[in-house]
Every structure is written in C-alpha cells, then in structure tokens.
Design a protein around this ligand. Structure first.
Ligand SMILES: Nc1ncnc2c1ncn2[C@@H]1O[C@H](COP(=O)(O)OP(=O)(O)O)[C@@H](O)[C@H]1O
Ligand SMILES: [Mg+2]
Length: 232
C-alpha cells in the first residue's frame, strides 16, 4: 500500500520554566497508508497533540524524520511548508475555529480561496461539501446560529473541500455529546472510504477507535501498542 505519511524516530522535548526538560515524544515510528483512518489514542498528556502537530508540520520535531508523500518535511523552506499545509493538508480542531461573521457557505468558500482552488468552482464545491455533511439547508447560517455538532460538520466540510491528501483532527469529538460525536466520526469514515482521503485523528474515546483502520496507543510519549481493525 502507498504510504502517505511516515514518521521515523521522532522525538520532541520541551524546556520548561525551571530549566527541566519534558520528553513529550520519544522514538515514535508510524506509517499511514493512503485512504486509511489512523487513530492516536492515549490519556491526557501522553503526547497526542504534540505528535499530530509535528505530523501536520505545525511544529518541528527535535529528532527523527517525517516523510510526507516521500518528501522530508524538515527540508522544506518555510514557504514550501506553508504551501504544503494550504494545499495538501487540512486540520480539524477540538474547538471549531470557524469565522463567526461568515455563514457556513462563506467559511468553506474562504478556505477554498486560501487553498488556491479555482474561483469559478468554489461556490459549487462548497455547497457540495456542506450537503455531504448534511447541512444543505443550513448553509446561510452563521456559526452562532448552529449547534456544536453542526459547527463541527462545517469544519469537516471545510477540511475536505479542497481535496487534501490528509486531514489531521485533534480530538474532533471531544466537545460533542456521544451521539453527535459518533455521527461526526461516521462522516469521517465515509469520506475516507469514498474519496480516498487519509485521516489522522486523536481521541481518548474508546468507542471511536472501532472506526479506525489502525490505532496507535501512546503512553508517556511512546507508542506502546498498535492495533489493526478489519473494516470493510
Ligand atoms: N509547549 C509546551 N511546553 C511545555 N510542555 C509541553 C508543551 N506542549 C506539551 N507539553 C508537555 O508534553 C506532554 C504531552 O502533551 P500533549 O502532546 O499536549 O498531550 P495530549 O495531547 O496527549 O494531552 C505533556 O507532558 C505536556 O505537558
Ligand atoms: Mg491534546
């Protein structure tokens, strides 16, 4: 299987105020195949956010290599990283971070603009993605006029619209109740399956892990278990 992302011997240390060092990640090795949904699980403080930020080139590792589509991301210039992030990667965070003054449709169109998506196709594509996540009738609502689950679905529509290679999602369901969270996860699953988009997601919710192709368990910044599910 084609590997979209590969991490070899990743480490990340944080120096804190009193001069001591937190080893947030130690010797992390993982591979993500095209079209897979990969889950990083672990307790709070186990290193999930640190790892997903490094994989998504939002932060730099202290040691080791991240390969994205065969390219060493540390060797990219700042401009090259920016371009990669805008065009090939996508992020969904726990707090939704939509632009509050824009409607759902405008939020998705705006991110298409940032990604350099052709202007003529933006509105059509944005509507298609919002319909896909079940918000066809809510496109003209601003975030404040949508529920938490609906806002997270807008964030997912926005994340998929420009057809990224990978979506990174850091606890996308943490702020949602269980049934809304499961519905959001089901959408991720569908997108992975139908559109061949790859997803790397963190969670500490046990129920969510059954939807993943591969689950990496983190403890104190190390991978302690790898589990593969057989999902049709
Ligand atoms: N910017 C930072 N400065 C200092 N320590 C940090 C920083 N970011 C994370 N850490 C530490 O690294 C460890 C892993 O944190 P994090 O990746 O946020 O874990 P998780 O997302 O699994 O809760 C924790 O001990 C945390 O306190
Ligand atoms: Mg975290």
């Amino acid at each position: 299987m084609e590997k979209v992302l590969k991490a070899e011997h990743i480490s990340r240390d944080f120096k804190i105020g009193d001069g001591s060092v937190v080893h947030a990640l130690t010797d992390i090795n993982l591979e993500v195949g095209k079209g897979e949904l990969v889950c990083l699980r672990g307790r709070s403080g186990s290193g999930k956010t640190t790892l997903i930020n490094i994989l998504g080139a939002l932060d730099r590792q202290d040691g080791g290599t991240v390969w994205f589509c065969g390219e060493d991301t540390a060797k990219l210039s700042d401009a090259g990283r920016d371009k990669m992030r805008r065009q090939k990667l996508s992020f969904v965070f726990q707090s939704v971070a939509l632009i509050s003054t824009m409607t759902a449709l405008e939020n998705v169109e705006f991110s298409l603009r940032l990604a350099g998506y052709p202007i003529a196709g933006r509105t059509k594509r944005a509507k298609e993605c919002l319909t896909r996540v079940g918000l066809g009738k809510r496109m003209d609502h601003r975030p404040g006029e949508l529920s938490g689950g609906e806002q997270q679905r807008v964030a997912i529509a926005r994340a998929v619209a420009h057809k990224p290679e990978i979506i990174f999602a850091d606890e996308p369901t943490a702020a949602l109740d269980f049934s809304t969270g499961t519905a959001v996860l089901g959408l991720f699953r569908e997108l992975v399956h139908d559109d061949g988009i790859t997803v790397v997601m963190t969670t500490h919710d046990e129920a969510m892990m059954e939807l993943a192709d591969v689950v990496y368990s983190l403890e104190d910044g190390e991978i302690v278990d790898i589990k593969r599910n057989n999902i049709e």
